[in-house]
Write a protein that binds this ligand. Structure first.
Ligand SMILES: [Zn+2]
Length: 561
């Protein structure tokens, strides 16, 4: 993709000619930007494709034929030729953690590390070019490693023994620390793990360096504390990474109120270019209940949701199930109680605040629907700030088939992350058995039952690449093209549905469909172009593509050079 300045000048003449024509009573509009030269998909059912789009003052003023768009080109119009790249409405990641994405970038990024040997090499070479007091990395996952085991402190000591090393697993539920980090934190074979955590020990009773869930806090004191400046740097970096991936916005989950204020400032000052819809930590809920929805001056940062947790995750058997796990004597655990949750739900309804609640297991999802239903019944529409609360079930991973129609009936939105499925299906059959997989990652069934599904990545748990998410949604295969016998291919979605998962449906799930989510005249101009046509490309080619252009509110926030 490139900019055609010579062509731009030539076309400017035709625009000028049009402006002087007597045929129009009013002066025709001149566009700030025109994009054409490749397939354009709008996610607007009334006009699904177009040859050209024109933007003025941050809004779409024209969507249609190239010949008509040419009439809107003036001397100062920026004309962008797609050169065959495909254009879409701005892609939005409906579930991610922006500061964590920036943090992954600013520390040692271990995402995609193919083996334990490669992990050791990565920290050794990073250590040679960086001089940190503590080496912090994130993103490794051992599931596919040829070594077939967790890393240990001795592995890390082999390569970096002289400073504390702390490497967080991709899912954030475990870390491995080297011997120096353990001894500085006072951890040895006799240490009792805290409630909700575990210190893994070997046959000799020695701590191996692996700290699970709450036990990770034992070493967190070694990591330099975040400052407002370091936090701002993480958020800015996360937003840059996301613009480069082609995201024009993200729904930012579990956000402390301090981040909301930093993001609003960074956005108004132009340091964060993408849109962010914040879902805040429940400890800060009072800010929304008393202050109401918060918005940056430019309207790009919107905060009106609270993130709650129902249960744990499937990998660590924390997801709450109706029947015990197939491979362990447990049914998972709830992370909250109804007594604690119902008052928050009622206040949220009365104040027009959206609830985004994490639920993974079939019991977790059923309870979520039960509690939401009870709240809806107890607070009649007339006492609500908004009639349609659009509350969301974040993940909705394992759902009992009987509960699938309840989502649409109650207006509860399943917010799902396609890449979770293609990772989890390697262990989900063992955890759940064959029957329960009928309602696992049941995208097609939920859509058929009348639901919309805003699609997300949960980065930095996953990479956060829109093309991996789109591919996972339509192919339901891993990145090598593998699909196991229990993966339920019939739950994959169509390409048209996948497009809405990352454009129109996140807009609806954030109350923004009147101004975002599709390429429609009058809407704010958010665009993403990829170097491949997602609607026609070979399935296997999709995750190999990349973004070439990202436009937010009519301004280019990323372009491939
Ligand atoms: Zn998450």
């Amino acid at each position: 993709m490139r900019f055609i300045s010579t062509l731009c000048a030539a076309i400017a003449l035709s625009g000028a000619a049009f402006a002087q024509s007597d045929e129009t009573a009013t002066a025709p509009q001149v566009a700030d930007m025109v994009v054409w030269g490749g397939p354009i998909y709008t996610a607007d059912d009334s006009q699904p494709t177009a040859e050209a789009v024109a933007i003025r003052d941050g809004h779409f003023i024209f969507v249609g034929a190239r010949a008509d768009a040419q009439l809107l080109v003036g001397p100062d119009t920026r004309v962008i030729s797609l050169d065959g790249a495909a254009l879409f409405p701005g892609f939005v990641d409906a579930h991610a953690h922006l500061a964590g994405i920036g943090e992954r970038e600013l520390t040692l990024n271990l995402e995609g590390t193919p083996s334990l040997a490669a992990l050791k090499e990565a920290i050794q070479s990073w250590r040679m070019t960086n001089r940190p007091d503590v080496l912090v990395g994130r993103g490794w996952i051992e599931t596919h490693w040829p070594e077939g085991r967790f890393p240990s402190r001795w592995d890390l000591d082999d390569v970096v023994p002289d400073i504390p090393v702390i490497l967080v697993r991709a899912d954030g539920h475990a870390l491995v620390a080297n011997s120096l980090a353990l001894s500085k934190a006072g951890i040895d074979g006799t240490t009792t793990p805290p409630y909700g955590g575990d210190i893994i020990k070997n046959a000799l009773g020695e701590a191996t360096g692996m700290l699970i869930d709450a036990a990770q806090d034992l070493v967190s004191g070694l990591i330099p504390a975040a400052t407002p400046e370091s936090r701002a740097q993480e958020l800015t970096t996360g937003a840059q990474v996301y613009a480069r991936y082609g995201w024009t916005g993200t729904h930012n989950m579990s956000v402390p109120w301090t981040d909301v204020k930093i993001l609003e400032r960074l956005s108004d000052e132009g340091d964060v270019g993408i849109r962010v819809y914040n879902s805040i930590e429940p400890k800060d809920a009072e800010q929304l209940f008393t202050g109401g929805m918060s918005t940056s001056r430019n309207g790009h940062i919107v905060t009106r949701a609270i993130k709650l947790y129902m249960d744990g995750a499937l990998g660590s058997r924390g997801a709450a199930l109706l029947e015990p796990y197939s491979d362990a004597d447990t049914s998972g655990l709830l992370l909250t109680t109804k007594e604690n949750t119902m008052p928050i739900l009622r206040r949220a309804l009365a104040n027009g605040i959206q609830i985004n609640m994490h639920a993974i297991g079939d019991r977790g999802n059923r309870l979520l629907l039960d509690w939401f239903e009870e709240a809806f019944t107890s607070v009649p529409s007339i006492e609500r700030a908004v009639a349609e609360p659009r509350w969301r079930d974040e993940h909705s991973q394992i759902v009992n088939r009987a509960d699938i129609p309840r989502f649409a009936r109650l207006g509860v939105i399943p917010s799902m992350q396609p890449s979770h499925a293609i990772g989890d299906f390697f262990f989900a059959p063992a955890r759940l058995g064959e029957d329960r997989l009928n309602g696992a990652y049941a995208w097609a069934s939920l859509i058929k039952a009348g639901s919309i599904i805003p699609g997300g990545s949960d980065a930095p748990v996953e990479r956060g690449d829109p093309l991996i998410e789109f591919y996972a949604a339509v192919a339901r295969k891993d990145l090598k093209g593998f699909q196991g016998p229990d993966w339920h291919p019939e739950e994959a979605v169509t390409r048209g549905q996948a497009l809405k998962m990352f454009t129109l449906w996140p807009a609806i799930a954030s109350f923004a469909e009147d101004r975002l989510g599709s390429i429609t005249v009058g809407k704010e101009a958010d665009l993403t172009a990829f170097n491949i046509d997602l609607m026609t490309a070979d399935e296997a080619a999709i995750p190999k593509g990349h973004a070439v252009l990202t436009v937010v509110d009519g301004a280019v926030v990323f372009e491939e050079q």
